[in-house]
Design a binder for this molecule. Structure first.
Ligand code: RP5
Length: 169
């Protein structure tokens, strides 16, 4: 698709229902950059551009994507509908949109998938974890990504241990 922001041969497709989701979904892109995972990022609305959604989902695997991270808010049908159209793993990010009923609309729309069509749902606004999970899926067959994930996780441990030292009294 011509308007996608691409890096070299994207392996993760980050999609979202609206530009208003970008402030949340950027966290998935940022962590993938940190982990050296090529990604693409674009807007695909299940309700406003349904044909674009079908085209995106049906062509994603052929285009070389390995994982899709899909964020949406409200009646958040994008992750589930994309999952129904591809065999790629789909990670759903419930976005708390401005007219949301505390985010429960987004969470439940993405979480409660019928049997046979799984979506790996992260926490409300949990785009960073979606990016990490996408990298972990890739890391099962990509040693370089797995190594970077180990360093990242080790940095989390180091941060906690620094706090432990600082708080010693
Ligand atoms: C959903 O509706 C989008 O994912 C977004 O979270 C929400 C509101 O969209 P806008 O009205 O801000 O475009 O489709």
């Amino acid at each position: 698709m011509a308007d996608e922001k691409t890096t070299t041969q994207p392996l993760v497709g980050i999609i979202m229902g609206s530009q208003s989701d970008l402030k949340v979904m950027d966290a998935a892109a940022e962590i993938l950059e940190t982990l050296g995972v090529p990604y693409e990022l674009t807007i695909v609305s299940a309700h406003r551009t349904p044909h674009r959604m079908i085209e995106y989902a049906e062509n994603a695997r052929k285009r070389g994507l390995k994982v899709i991270v899909a964020g949406a808010g409200g009646a958040a049908h994008l992750p589930g509908m994309v999952a129904s159209l591809t065999t790629l793993p789909v990670i759903g990010v419930p976005v708390k949109s401005s007219n949301s009923i505390d985010g429960w609309d987004s969470v439940l729309s993405i979480l409660q998938m019928p049997g046979g069509i799984p979506v790996a749902t992260v926490a409300l606004n949990g785009a960073q974890n979606a990016g990490i999970l996408a990298a972990q899926i890739l890391g099962t067959t990509n040693a370089a990504v797995a190594d970077r994930l180990e360093k990242y996780k080790s940095s989390l441990k180091d941060k906690v241990m620094r706090s432990v030292e600082e708080l010693k009294r």
